[in-house]
Design a protein around this ligand. Structure first.
Ligand code: UT7
Length: 326
Protein backbone atom coordinates (compact mmCIF):
# COMPACT_ATOMS: atom_id res chain seq x y z
CA UNK A 1 0.00 0.00 0.00
CA UNK A 2 1.12 3.57 -0.74
CA UNK A 3 -0.09 6.99 0.29
CA UNK A 4 -1.66 9.23 -2.35
CA UNK A 5 -2.10 13.01 -2.21
CA UNK A 6 -5.79 13.59 -3.01
CA UNK A 7 -6.17 17.21 -1.93
CA UNK A 8 -4.07 20.36 -1.84
CA UNK A 9 -4.74 23.83 -0.50
CA UNK A 10 -2.90 27.04 0.22
CA UNK A 11 -3.38 30.42 1.76
CA UNK A 12 -1.36 33.64 1.85
CA UNK A 13 -2.27 36.61 4.08
CA UNK A 14 -3.80 39.63 2.37
CA UNK A 15 -1.12 42.22 3.06
CA UNK A 16 1.57 42.46 0.38
CA UNK A 17 4.98 44.06 0.92
CA UNK A 18 6.82 44.86 -2.31
CA UNK A 19 10.54 45.31 -2.88
CA UNK A 20 9.80 49.02 -3.29
CA UNK A 21 8.30 49.04 0.22
CA UNK A 22 11.52 47.47 1.56
CA UNK A 23 13.55 50.25 -0.07
CA UNK A 24 12.06 52.52 2.59
CA UNK A 25 13.24 50.25 5.43
CA UNK A 26 16.76 49.21 4.43
CA UNK A 27 19.40 50.20 1.91
CA UNK A 28 18.39 47.95 -0.97
CA UNK A 29 16.75 48.14 -4.38
CA UNK A 30 14.09 46.30 -6.31
CA UNK A 31 16.70 45.53 -8.99
CA UNK A 32 19.16 44.00 -6.48
CA UNK A 33 16.52 41.81 -4.86
CA UNK A 34 15.08 40.60 -8.18
CA UNK A 35 18.51 39.90 -9.65
CA UNK A 36 19.90 38.05 -6.58
CA UNK A 37 16.74 36.21 -5.50
CA UNK A 38 13.92 36.46 -8.06
CA UNK A 39 11.59 37.80 -5.33
CA UNK A 40 9.35 40.82 -6.14
CA UNK A 41 6.88 40.79 -3.25
CA UNK A 42 5.81 38.76 -0.23
CA UNK A 43 2.64 38.34 1.84
CA UNK A 44 2.81 39.38 5.48
CA UNK A 45 0.43 38.23 8.23
CA UNK A 46 -1.34 40.81 10.36
CA UNK A 47 -0.68 41.07 14.10
CA UNK A 48 -3.95 39.24 14.78
CA UNK A 49 -3.16 36.22 12.60
CA UNK A 50 -1.40 33.19 14.09
CA UNK A 51 0.24 30.31 12.24
CA UNK A 52 -2.66 27.92 12.85
CA UNK A 53 -5.10 30.50 11.38
CA UNK A 54 -3.18 30.34 8.10
CA UNK A 55 -2.95 26.56 8.39
CA UNK A 56 -6.72 26.29 8.89
CA UNK A 57 -7.51 28.19 5.69
CA UNK A 58 -5.11 26.05 3.61
CA UNK A 59 -6.36 22.84 5.28
CA UNK A 60 -10.05 23.52 4.59
CA UNK A 61 -9.27 24.01 0.90
CA UNK A 62 -7.24 20.79 0.74
CA UNK A 63 -9.93 18.80 2.60
CA UNK A 64 -12.62 20.18 0.29
CA UNK A 65 -10.67 19.10 -2.78
CA UNK A 66 -10.12 15.67 -1.23
CA UNK A 67 -13.82 15.33 -0.35
CA UNK A 68 -12.86 14.58 3.26
CA UNK A 69 -14.74 15.95 6.29
CA UNK A 70 -12.41 17.66 8.83
CA UNK A 71 -13.68 15.35 11.59
CA UNK A 72 -12.54 12.27 9.63
CA UNK A 73 -8.84 13.18 9.61
CA UNK A 74 -6.87 10.83 11.87
CA UNK A 75 -3.38 12.34 11.68
CA UNK A 76 -2.34 16.00 11.56
CA UNK A 77 1.32 16.95 11.11
CA UNK A 78 2.32 20.59 10.84
CA UNK A 79 5.79 21.64 9.72
CA UNK A 80 6.59 24.99 11.31
CA UNK A 81 9.32 26.93 13.11
CA UNK A 82 6.97 29.80 13.96
CA UNK A 83 4.25 28.04 15.98
CA UNK A 84 1.37 29.82 17.74
CA UNK A 85 2.94 29.00 21.13
CA UNK A 86 6.16 27.35 22.40
CA UNK A 87 3.66 24.63 23.36
CA UNK A 88 1.20 23.09 22.64
CA UNK A 89 1.78 22.42 18.98
CA UNK A 90 0.09 24.42 16.24
CA UNK A 91 -1.14 21.02 15.02
CA UNK A 92 -3.13 20.66 18.26
CA UNK A 93 -4.61 24.14 17.85
CA UNK A 94 -5.41 23.35 14.22
CA UNK A 95 -7.17 20.14 15.28
CA UNK A 96 -9.41 22.17 17.58
CA UNK A 97 -10.11 24.73 14.85
CA UNK A 98 -11.12 21.88 12.53
CA UNK A 99 -13.49 20.53 15.25
CA UNK A 100 -11.68 17.23 14.92
CA UNK A 101 -11.53 14.87 17.92
CA UNK A 102 -10.02 11.83 16.25
CA UNK A 103 -6.57 12.78 15.01
CA UNK A 104 -3.28 12.65 16.86
CA UNK A 105 -1.54 15.89 16.04
CA UNK A 106 1.99 17.22 16.34
CA UNK A 107 4.43 19.74 14.84
CA UNK A 108 7.69 18.99 13.08
CA UNK A 109 10.60 21.41 13.29
CA UNK A 110 12.84 21.14 10.24
CA UNK A 111 12.78 24.78 9.09
CA UNK A 112 12.22 25.10 5.33
CA UNK A 113 12.26 21.30 4.95
CA UNK A 114 9.48 21.02 7.58
CA UNK A 115 6.64 20.09 5.26
CA UNK A 116 8.75 17.45 3.49
CA UNK A 117 9.69 15.97 6.86
CA UNK A 118 5.99 16.06 7.82
CA UNK A 119 5.05 14.45 4.50
CA UNK A 120 7.61 11.70 5.00
CA UNK A 121 6.23 10.89 8.48
CA UNK A 122 2.59 10.97 7.36
CA UNK A 123 3.42 8.79 4.37
CA UNK A 124 4.77 6.08 6.71
CA UNK A 125 1.61 6.14 8.85
CA UNK A 126 -0.75 6.04 5.86
CA UNK A 127 1.16 3.44 3.84
CA UNK A 128 1.34 1.14 6.88
CA UNK A 129 -2.42 1.44 7.49
CA UNK A 130 -2.04 3.10 10.92
CA UNK A 131 -3.72 6.30 9.69
CA UNK A 132 -6.40 6.40 6.97
CA UNK A 133 -6.53 10.15 6.36
CA UNK A 134 -3.53 12.37 7.06
CA UNK A 135 -3.44 16.14 6.87
CA UNK A 136 0.06 17.47 6.24
CA UNK A 137 0.58 21.22 6.59
CA UNK A 138 3.44 23.65 6.21
CA UNK A 139 2.55 26.95 7.88
CA UNK A 140 4.78 29.83 8.75
CA UNK A 141 4.77 33.44 9.89
CA UNK A 142 8.44 33.95 9.30
CA UNK A 143 8.00 37.71 9.29
CA UNK A 144 7.41 37.41 13.06
CA UNK A 145 11.09 36.46 13.46
CA UNK A 146 12.44 38.79 10.77
CA UNK A 147 14.74 41.72 11.58
CA UNK A 148 13.34 44.46 9.34
CA UNK A 149 16.59 46.40 9.66
CA UNK A 150 18.77 43.54 8.31
CA UNK A 151 18.91 43.73 4.52
CA UNK A 152 20.61 40.31 4.32
CA UNK A 153 17.48 38.55 5.52
CA UNK A 154 14.39 40.81 5.49
CA UNK A 155 14.19 40.78 1.70
CA UNK A 156 13.80 37.00 1.61
CA UNK A 157 10.92 35.94 3.80
CA UNK A 158 7.14 35.85 3.56
CA UNK A 159 4.17 34.20 5.28
CA UNK A 160 1.73 31.52 4.17
CA UNK A 161 0.43 28.00 4.54
CA UNK A 162 0.01 24.96 2.34
CA UNK A 163 -1.77 21.68 3.01
CA UNK A 164 -1.93 18.17 1.56
CA UNK A 165 -4.40 15.35 2.28
CA UNK A 166 -3.05 11.81 2.09
CA UNK A 167 -5.09 8.59 1.83
CA UNK A 168 -4.00 5.01 1.12
CA UNK A 169 -4.10 3.57 -2.39
CA UNK A 170 -3.71 0.03 -3.73
CA UNK A 171 -3.07 1.38 -7.25
CA UNK A 172 0.43 0.13 -8.12
CA UNK A 173 0.95 2.98 -10.58
CA UNK A 174 0.26 5.90 -8.27
CA UNK A 175 1.27 7.37 -4.92
CA UNK A 176 4.36 8.23 -2.90
CA UNK A 177 7.33 6.28 -4.28
CA UNK A 178 9.84 7.33 -1.62
CA UNK A 179 11.02 10.13 0.64
CA UNK A 180 14.62 10.90 1.60
CA UNK A 181 15.60 13.06 4.57
CA UNK A 182 18.99 14.33 5.74
CA UNK A 183 20.38 16.57 8.46
CA UNK A 184 23.83 18.05 9.04
CA UNK A 185 23.54 19.49 12.53
CA UNK A 186 27.09 20.83 12.45
CA UNK A 187 25.77 23.53 10.12
CA UNK A 188 23.19 24.99 12.52
CA UNK A 189 25.15 28.27 13.03
CA UNK A 190 24.77 29.32 9.37
CA UNK A 191 20.99 29.76 9.63
CA UNK A 192 19.30 30.14 13.00
CA UNK A 193 17.59 32.30 15.61
CA UNK A 194 20.02 32.80 18.53
CA UNK A 195 17.74 34.06 21.32
CA UNK A 196 14.42 33.26 22.91
CA UNK A 197 14.99 29.53 23.40
CA UNK A 198 16.78 27.75 26.25
CA UNK A 199 20.35 28.42 25.05
CA UNK A 200 19.83 32.17 25.26
CA UNK A 201 16.73 32.86 27.34
CA UNK A 202 14.35 35.64 26.40
CA UNK A 203 15.56 38.87 27.98
CA UNK A 204 15.61 42.60 27.38
CA UNK A 205 19.05 42.16 25.76
CA UNK A 206 17.62 39.59 23.32
CA UNK A 207 14.86 42.01 22.38
CA UNK A 208 17.12 45.09 22.20
CA UNK A 209 19.68 43.31 20.01
CA UNK A 210 17.00 41.54 17.96
CA UNK A 211 18.56 38.17 18.78
CA UNK A 212 15.12 36.56 18.49
CA UNK A 213 15.26 37.03 14.69
CA UNK A 214 16.78 34.99 11.86
CA UNK A 215 20.55 35.24 11.40
CA UNK A 216 22.03 33.83 8.24
CA UNK A 217 25.30 33.34 6.41
CA UNK A 218 23.69 33.61 3.00
CA UNK A 219 26.68 32.52 0.93
CA UNK A 220 27.26 29.35 2.97
CA UNK A 221 23.55 28.46 2.89
CA UNK A 222 23.56 28.99 -0.87
CA UNK A 223 26.53 26.66 -1.42
CA UNK A 224 25.18 23.88 0.81
CA UNK A 225 21.70 24.21 -0.73
CA UNK A 226 22.72 23.69 -4.34
CA UNK A 227 24.89 20.68 -3.50
CA UNK A 228 22.38 19.03 -1.15
CA UNK A 229 19.35 19.55 -3.39
CA UNK A 230 21.12 17.98 -6.35
CA UNK A 231 22.31 15.01 -4.24
CA UNK A 232 18.96 14.32 -2.60
CA UNK A 233 17.15 14.56 -5.94
CA UNK A 234 19.52 12.03 -7.50
CA UNK A 235 19.09 9.83 -4.42
CA UNK A 236 15.29 9.79 -4.84
CA UNK A 237 15.48 9.06 -8.56
CA UNK A 238 18.19 6.41 -8.11
CA UNK A 239 16.21 4.64 -5.37
CA UNK A 240 13.38 4.16 -7.87
CA UNK A 241 15.48 3.28 -10.92
CA UNK A 242 14.59 6.62 -12.54
CA UNK A 243 16.53 9.44 -14.19
CA UNK A 244 16.18 13.22 -14.21
CA UNK A 245 14.69 13.00 -17.71
CA UNK A 246 11.77 10.96 -16.30
CA UNK A 247 10.63 13.84 -14.07
CA UNK A 248 7.41 15.51 -15.27
CA UNK A 249 7.35 18.38 -12.75
CA UNK A 250 9.60 19.72 -10.01
CA UNK A 251 7.97 21.18 -6.89
CA UNK A 252 10.77 22.81 -4.92
CA UNK A 253 11.18 24.97 -1.85
CA UNK A 254 11.13 28.53 -3.14
CA UNK A 255 14.23 29.95 -1.46
CA UNK A 256 16.01 31.70 -4.27
CA UNK A 257 15.59 31.52 -8.05
CA UNK A 258 19.35 31.23 -8.54
CA UNK A 259 19.55 28.23 -6.17
CA UNK A 260 16.75 26.51 -8.09
CA UNK A 261 18.16 27.36 -11.52
CA UNK A 262 21.61 25.97 -10.53
CA UNK A 263 20.10 22.81 -9.05
CA UNK A 264 17.96 22.17 -12.13
CA UNK A 265 20.92 22.88 -14.38
CA UNK A 266 23.11 20.37 -12.51
CA UNK A 267 20.31 17.78 -12.76
CA UNK A 268 19.74 18.53 -16.45
CA UNK A 269 16.04 19.26 -15.83
CA UNK A 270 14.63 22.17 -17.91
CA UNK A 271 13.56 25.18 -15.81
CA UNK A 272 10.09 25.07 -17.46
CA UNK A 273 9.38 21.88 -15.49
CA UNK A 274 9.71 23.70 -12.17
CA UNK A 275 6.77 25.72 -10.87
CA UNK A 276 8.14 29.01 -9.55
CA UNK A 277 6.15 31.39 -7.36
CA UNK A 278 8.82 33.02 -5.20
CA UNK A 279 8.29 36.19 -7.21
CA UNK A 280 4.95 36.59 -5.38
CA UNK A 281 5.60 34.95 -2.00
CA UNK A 282 9.33 35.01 -1.24
CA UNK A 283 10.67 32.25 0.99
CA UNK A 284 7.77 30.97 3.11
CA UNK A 285 9.87 28.23 4.75
CA UNK A 286 7.89 25.03 5.34
CA UNK A 287 4.78 26.47 3.64
CA UNK A 288 6.67 26.78 0.38
CA UNK A 289 6.47 23.21 -0.99
CA UNK A 290 2.74 22.61 -0.31
CA UNK A 291 1.81 26.13 -1.49
CA UNK A 292 3.72 25.53 -4.71
CA UNK A 293 2.20 22.08 -5.14
CA UNK A 294 -1.28 23.54 -4.70
CA UNK A 295 -0.70 26.30 -7.26
CA UNK A 296 0.60 23.82 -9.84
CA UNK A 297 -2.28 21.44 -9.06
CA UNK A 298 -5.01 24.08 -9.34
CA UNK A 299 -3.46 25.37 -12.57
CA UNK A 300 -4.03 21.89 -14.02
CA UNK A 301 -0.35 21.02 -14.37
CA UNK A 302 -0.47 17.74 -12.48
CA UNK A 303 -2.03 14.73 -14.25
CA UNK A 304 -2.44 11.18 -12.93
CA UNK A 305 0.76 9.25 -13.59
CA UNK A 306 3.00 12.35 -13.72
CA UNK A 307 6.31 11.94 -11.89
CA UNK A 308 6.73 14.76 -9.38
CA UNK A 309 10.03 15.48 -7.70
CA UNK A 310 9.76 17.54 -4.50
CA UNK A 311 12.80 19.01 -2.75
CA UNK A 312 13.52 21.38 0.12
CA UNK A 313 16.35 22.56 2.36
CA UNK A 314 16.58 24.85 5.34
CA UNK A 315 18.03 25.53 8.78
CA UNK A 316 19.58 22.60 10.59
CA UNK A 317 20.72 22.20 7.91
CA UNK A 318 17.88 19.84 7.12
CA UNK A 319 16.88 18.77 3.64
CA UNK A 320 14.88 16.19 1.79
CA UNK A 321 13.15 14.99 -1.34
CA UNK A 322 10.00 13.09 -2.22
CA UNK A 323 9.13 11.33 -5.43
CA UNK A 324 5.43 11.02 -6.21
CA UNK A 325 3.54 9.31 -9.02
CA UNK A 326 0.54 11.70 -9.10
O1 UT7 B 1 15.70 28.20 2.94
C1 UT7 B 1 17.00 28.66 2.93
C2 UT7 B 1 16.97 30.12 3.31
N1 UT7 B 1 18.08 30.91 2.91
C3 UT7 B 1 18.45 31.12 1.63
O2 UT7 B 1 17.91 30.60 0.69
C4 UT7 B 1 19.57 32.09 1.41
C5 UT7 B 1 20.58 31.61 0.42
N2 UT7 B 1 21.46 32.69 0.05
C6 UT7 B 1 21.09 33.64 -0.83
O3 UT7 B 1 20.01 33.57 -1.37
C7 UT7 B 1 22.06 34.73 -1.14
O4 UT7 B 1 23.27 34.48 -0.47
C8 UT7 B 1 21.53 36.14 -0.79
C9 UT7 B 1 20.38 36.50 -1.73
C10 UT7 B 1 21.02 36.17 0.65
C11 UT7 B 1 22.62 37.18 -0.95
O5 UT7 B 1 23.13 37.14 -2.29
P1 UT7 B 1 24.71 37.06 -2.52
O6 UT7 B 1 24.87 37.10 -3.97
O7 UT7 B 1 25.23 35.86 -1.78
O8 UT7 B 1 25.20 38.41 -1.89
P2 UT7 B 1 26.30 38.63 -0.75
O9 UT7 B 1 25.76 38.23 0.59
O10 UT7 B 1 27.58 38.02 -1.20
O11 UT7 B 1 26.42 40.18 -0.80
C12 UT7 B 1 26.91 40.89 -1.95
C13 UT7 B 1 26.84 42.37 -1.66
C14 UT7 B 1 27.42 42.77 -0.31
O12 UT7 B 1 28.02 44.03 -0.46
P3 UT7 B 1 29.61 44.15 -0.58
O13 UT7 B 1 30.14 43.54 0.67
O14 UT7 B 1 29.97 43.40 -1.81
O15 UT7 B 1 29.81 45.61 -0.68
C15 UT7 B 1 26.20 42.88 0.56
O16 UT7 B 1 26.40 43.76 1.63
O17 UT7 B 1 25.45 42.76 -1.64
C16 UT7 B 1 25.18 43.44 -0.41
N3 UT7 B 1 23.82 43.18 -0.01
C17 UT7 B 1 22.78 43.89 -0.46
N4 UT7 B 1 22.70 44.94 -1.29
C18 UT7 B 1 21.48 45.42 -1.56
C19 UT7 B 1 23.34 42.21 0.80
N5 UT7 B 1 22.01 42.28 0.90
C20 UT7 B 1 21.63 43.33 0.12
C21 UT7 B 1 20.39 43.91 -0.19
N6 UT7 B 1 20.36 44.94 -1.04
N7 UT7 B 1 19.24 43.43 0.32
Amino acid sequence: MRSLIVGTGSYAPEKIVTNKDLETLVQTSDDWIVERTGIRERHVASETEATSDLALKASLKALKMAGVRPEDVDLIVVGTITPDFPFPSSAAVLQAQLHNKKAFAFDVSAACAGSLYALSIADRYVASGVARVALVVGAEILTSITDWSDRNTCILFGDGAGAMVLVPTQDPNRGMLSTHLHTDGSLWPILYTPGGGTRMRMSQKVLDEKLNTVKMNGREVYKVAVRALEEVSREALGANGLQPKDVTWVIAHQANKRILDSTLDRLGIPAEKCWMNLEKYGNTSSASVPMTLDEANRAGWLKPGDLILMMAIGGGMAWGSALVRW
